[in-house]
Design a protein around this ligand. Structure first.
Ligand code: PFF
Ligand code: NA
Length: 432
């Protein structure tokens, strides 16, 4: 059977942006920003997206396009079977992330429905506490997972490419509309101040706790380290510049993340809610609670959670696709059986996370940062030391004059500087 390919370059870029833009931008990022000193965190995060995320993303693309394989098969194809364990880290990362991601996706789905009746308006705190873990959470996790499975089942072109070509522009338009509308609310200005004013002293005093959080978020937000970008680039036929595509994807992801912040912070400030409290419930308690105070509150709730749902779904499919590609490439399974089989695994692991707050916390906080960082260290060392010249050649394929300037700096960054830096953040976060 011939392997799937993207129909168009735009289709690939939108699928990759769909993977990047997700709960990480809308739920994890604003709250990390709030907890870590606002714009100080934003600044460090932007530096790390440019300095670590983008080179890392390109590092994954190089392996995927060069091999046209899933993460495990890619290493085998390029360097022999002894390197397969490097790809196994990526598969584990996918297992970890989708297991909790699907539970959050289920919460979002539930809130989209609940917004139509305003069910959470009267007592947002109690509403979330009643539904966050338990059988209801399992049910909505299963629904969210079923939607993810259905899209991946349809394939790379008819499922992933087609759906993200609709979803990603939808996210931009709806968030853009919300951001404009929110700016007209009285008191919104305090939100912009908080978000956009730089508090350098906070950053200086808390540098070593803010750094790993910002680094982990820079990887999480670009979907780097789990082999999703590797897998998506393995379906590339054309020789376009990977550096140019990677940069564009990062710019779009960051822009949509900032747009989400421009909706969330002014909204909270205009209603006098403090953005300081983090935790998994933040989006669902403070923000959802705020909707009740607004005109057209139900409509606002449905649109907001509907956008978040699209963002979550377009990320979830990219994670499932890694495991499906692995089973199809390496074990000769049909796409149908591979999708249903992996769906069955997440049915179980997600159910555990939906029933147990401690299992959920372990997956979402500690483990996901660790697996992404470990996965990326493996990819980059492979690029730098095993592929070596071939990695540079792949970087240079289709590169214009500007991208060519970055070939050597990129290579030294991914071979030496970034693995050392990532190992350092891994140690500080595990020790801290
Ligand atoms: N980038 C996604 C987000 O920000 O929500 C999360 C994610 C997707 C992380 C895919 C890792 C991954 F492989
Ligand atoms: Na997404």
């Amino acid at each position: 059977m011939t392997r799937s390919t993207w129909r168009t370059r735009i289709g690939f870029i939108l699928a990759a942006v769909g993977s990047a833009v997700g709960i990480g931008n809308i739920w994890r990022f604003p709250w990390l920003t709030a907890e870590n000193g606002g714009a100080a965190f934003l600044t460090l995060y932007l530096v790390l997206v440019v300095g670590v995320g983008v080179p890392g993303l390109i590092g994954e693309f190089v392996i995927g396009r060069r091999s046209n394989r899933n993460p495990v098969g890619a290493f085998d194809e390029l360097a022999g079977r002894w390197y397969r364990p490097l790809g196994a880290i990526a598969l584990i990362a996918c297992l970890v992330i989708l297991s909790f991601y699907s539970v959050v996706g289920g919460w979002i789905l539930r809130y989209t429905f609940a917004s139509t009746t305003g069910a959470y308006f009267a007592a947002p705190q109690q509403y979330f506490a009643a539904i966050d873990y338990g059988l209801g959470a399992v049910g909505f996790h299963v629904l969210f997972l079923a939607a993810t499975v259905a899209i991946v089942y349809l394939g790379v072109e008819r499922g992933i490419e087609l759906s993200t070509t609709v979803m990603v522009p939808g996210i931009v338009v709806l968030f853009g509309g919300l951001a404009v509308w929110v700016s007209t609310l009285p008191g919104a200005g305090g939100g912009y101040d908080f978000y956009l004013s730089l508090d350098v002293s906070y950053l200086r005093e808390n540098f070593f706790s803010v750094l790993p959080a910002a680094a982990g978020q820079a990887l999480f937000t670009l979907s780097v380290g789990a082999g999703t970008m590797l897998t998506y680039s393995s379906y590339l036929g054309e020789d376009r510049s990977l550096a140019a595509d990677g940069t564009l994807i990062a710019v779009l992801n960051t822009a949509i993340g900032v747009l989400a912040g421009l909706v969330i912070f002014p909204l909270l400030f205009s209603l006098g809610v403090s953005p300081g409290q983090g935790g998994p419930g933040a989006l669902f308690v403070s923000l959802a609670g705020a909707f009740a105070e607004l005109p057209y509150s139900r409509l606002v709730g449905v649109v907001f959670f509907g956008v978040v749902l699209l963002a979550a779904l377009s990320s979830a499919i990219s994670i499932l696709e890694v495991l499906v590609a692995y089973l199809v490439d390496e074990h000769d399974l049909s796409r149908g059986w591979a999708t249903l089989g992996t769906g069955g695994i997440f049915l179980v692991t997600g159910t555990i996370a939906a029933l147990s707050p401690s299992a959920f916390g372990l997956l979402a906080d500690t483990l996901s940062n660790v697996v992404l960082t470990a996965g990326l260290i493996g990819f980059l060392l492979f690029d730098g030391w095993v592929l070596g010249r071939l990695a540079r050649e792949e970087f240079g394929r289709g590169a214009g004059p500007i991208a060519q300037i970055f070939e050597a700096p990129w290579y030294y960054a991914i071979a030496v500087v970034l693995p050392v830096f990532l190992a350092f953040t891994l140690v500080t976060s595990v020790a801290g």
